[in-house]
Design a protein around this ligand. Structure first.
Ligand code: ADP
Length: 265
């Protein structure tokens, strides 16, 4: 989908004319462009809360200096904006770590059922706040897979947290675990963990781009819910490291299912 880029050098060859050398630098150009886009995105994401913080500091030093009600309100907003910056830095560090480890095979072994159960327990307060109930199916299936326990916890944390955030208040989230004898694209036995919500769903055009860094279907909604736009990018890199697959299915008005398939061997 991209134009081909060449580096061209021309040199005279005595007695023979000219030598013209073409080097295909398309890949290099693309990587450079992606890096520039990423830096621009990060700067933009950091500048938004920073500008708000600076504005409120100025107001607190000036017009609102002796207004205790305004002070209280502005400090609340500043805390939220600082929290947004902290989450962004946390996710950027996570992303950088998982990217650099992507080529190294994980050496541990993980019981996925136990790990998913623990992750749900950790997210219980978030679910309760959103009036969401989480149903777990198949947690007793024996599911040892090779993997990095912290990273796989992060995968299911991000997917279940998204299902709570975007699934809608009062709705149910279902997490199902099942053993597969054979999975498309993977050799041998595998385990599938799927996270289903009953939210508004995602239009098909967005699905292939959801795991791109900073890609959001609705930026305002994501920000409002404390999102950084990096959660699914982190998920993708961790699953790649585990030689697994991520499948996303969604239907408008019905909800979405994010399924992770991990090889057992
Ligand atoms: P964010 O921090 O914005 O949630 P993610 O990388 O986790 O970032 O997700 C990217 C985008 O994908 C979100 O902004 C949201 O628009 C969409 N998305 C993710 N999970 C769901 C879901 N379960 N239902 C609807 N939309 C979702």
């Amino acid at each position: 989908n991209h134009e081909t880029a060449f580096d061209i050098s021309v040199a005279p060859v005595p007695g023979m004319g000219m030598l013209c050398c073409f080097v295909d630098v398309t890949e290099l150009e693309l990587v450079g462009q992606q890096r520039r886009d990423f830096v621009a995105n990060v700067s933009h994401e950091l500048r938004t809360p920073l500008t708000a913080l600076l504005g409120f500091i100025e107001t607190l030093q000036g017009p609102a200096k002796h207004d205790p009600v305004a002070r209280e309100r502005f400090l609340g907003i500043m805390e939220r904006e600082a929290g947004r910056m902290a989450r962004l830095v946390r996710d950027l560090l996570s992303l950088s770590r998982v990217e650099s480890e992507e080529r190294r095979r994980p050496s541990g072994r993980v019981d996925l059922g136990g790990l998913v159960r623990m992750t749900i327990a950790t997210l219980k307060p978030v679910a309760t706040d959103a009036a969401v109930t989480i149903e777990l199916i198949g947690a007793n299936v024996p599911t040892p897979v090779p993997g990095d326990s912290d990273q796989l916890t992060q995968v299911f944390h991000n997917l279940i947290e998204n299902a709570i955030k975007y699934g809608g208040s009062g709705k149910q989230v279902t997490v199902s675990i099942r053993a597969l004898d054979d999975a498309p694209g993977l050799r041998g036995r595998a385990v599938e963990v799927s996270v289903q919500d009953r939210g508004d769903g995602i239009e098909a055009v967005h699905l292939p781009r959801l795991t791109e860094r900073f890609y959001r279907v609705d930026t305002h909604r994501s920000r409002e819910k404390g999102g950084t736009g990096l959660g699914l990018a982190i998920v993708k890199h961790i699953i790649n490291r585990h030689r697994g697959r991520l499948r996303i299915e969604s239907e408008i008005g019905k909800g979405s299912i994010f399924s992770v398939v991990l090889p057992v061997e």
